[in-house]
Design a protein around this ligand. Structure first.
Ligand SMILES: [Zn+2]
Length: 216
């Protein structure tokens, strides 16, 4: 275990407004209204859900900011109690429950380029999160484009900081059925890529589905 406090949610999936399973390698673009709660469930364990948030009011001007979030909470990992801040310093969402214990916001989303640099030249054509983000944004009516793909959150991903200040991609600490839950503090657009990565142990070399559950 990692010594984090695990906080369970009182919410009942039977009372949810929406439930949607997102297979590995697919993306999900959805609006979340202020006051609504989103739970992301790691259905089979050791998965990574690469996630970005945009303000619904001004999608191309206000987005999730890893820098603002880390600086405000004085912690590089996310867990229950973390406030997810925008580039304007406003709270977009608050993590209200977490049965995994720790989530990454330093590692970024996998891409054709990073797959080549980290693993091998011939990994370039492999399916990756950046391509999934772009596919999900194709034809969107928010005006979101490639330039809006800023540093993201990797829910359930284990990317420990080393004492020297480096990053390691490690075997996941999540397990089947673990979840993280967040309440929207403003109207937001949620963009998730359920990571198809096959080259590092974060998802045990076996990408699996996640479930999105929304309550009013
Ligand atoms: Zn990925």
């Amino acid at each position: 275990m990692n010594g984090q406090t695990l906080i369970e949610s009182p919410l009942d999936p039977g009372q949810a407004r929406l439930r949607r399973v997102v297979p590995a390698g697919e993306a999900w673009l959805h609006e979340l209204g202020q006051g609504q709660t989103l739970r992301i469930v790691d259905l089979e364990g050791n998965q990574a859900a690469d996630t970005l948030f945009y303000s619904l009011e001004h999608p191309t001007g206000e987005h999730y900011s890893a820098v603002h979030t880390i600086r405000a909470q004085g912690n590089v990992y996310l867990t229950a109690g973390s406030r997810l801040l925008s580039n304007l310093g406003r709270t977009m969402l608050t993590l209200t429950a977490d049965t995994c214990g720790r989530h990454d916001t330093l590692g970024g989303a996998c891409a054709a380029e990073s797959n080549q640099v980290r693993y091998a030249l011939e990994k370039k054509p492999m399916h990756n999160c950046r391509d999934s983000f772009l596919t999900a944004l194709a034809g969107n009516h928010y005006g979101l484009t490639k330039r809006d793909l800023v540093p993201n959150i990797n829910f359930f991903m284990n990317v420990p900081l080393t004492p020297e200040g480096g990053l390691r991609f490690e075997d996941g600490i999540s397990e089947a059925g673990k979840y993280v839950e967040m309440r929207a503090e403003m109207d937001v657009i949620v963009l998730v890529s359920n990571c198809p990565q096959l080259n590092n142990p974060c998802n045990a070399y076996n990408p699996t589905p996640v479930e999105m559950i929304i309550w009013d």
